[in-house]
Write a new protein. Structure first.
Length: 82
């Protein structure tokens, strides 16, 4: 998988963990399969634009913000911005 895909998964996981949500809860809110969410978070699956949008909406963040964090992620690993 591409580094962007892996970074996106890490950013989603960081946002989810910051909220203390389980994968099941985020998957339910985003209306996607929990096992697929796990693949996205591990960087094993390439989410569609539609899926990325669902995740952003469920996390109550702008999709552009998630994507921007993916580009910044290598310099700021482990740091979750609001």
């Amino acid at each position: 998988m591409s580094s962007l895909t892996a970074h996106f998964g890490r950013v989603v996981r960081q946002h989810r963990e910051q909220r203390r949500w389980s994968q099941e809860l985020l998957a339910h809110r985003a209306e996607i399969n929990r096992s697929y969410l796990g693949e996205v978070e591990r960087g094993d699956a390439v989410p569609s634009l539609s899926t990325m949008s669902k995740l952003a909406t469920a996390l109550d963040v702008r999709l552009s913000s998630l994507l921007a964090r993916c580009e910044q992620e290598p310099q700021a690993q482990g740091v979750v911005a609001s």
